[in-house]
Design a protein. Structure first.
Length: 65
């Protein structure tokens, strides 16, 4: 089973997306824009999600540690 943490896009350079936490992700599979929340696996964006979904996942992950 894979685990994916939501990331928010802050910059775009060609097919690379830079996130708020300074990760560089491949955005060639999903069309994204600055401010979008995404899920990634192995450095590749696999899905866009809403801000509410991102908040719920982050709350679930980090409030249980």
């Amino acid at each position: 089973m894979c685990f994916s943490i939501p990331h928010q896009i802050t910059k775009l350079k060609e097919k690379k997306a830079i996130t708020k936490d300074h990760r560089v992700l491949d955005s060639s599979l999903v069309s994204v824009k600055t401010g979008d929340w995404v899920l990634e696996q192995n450095g590749i964006i696999i899905k866009k999600i809403s801000k509410k979904q991102a908040r719920n996942v982050l709350k679930l992950i980090f409030n249980n540690f």
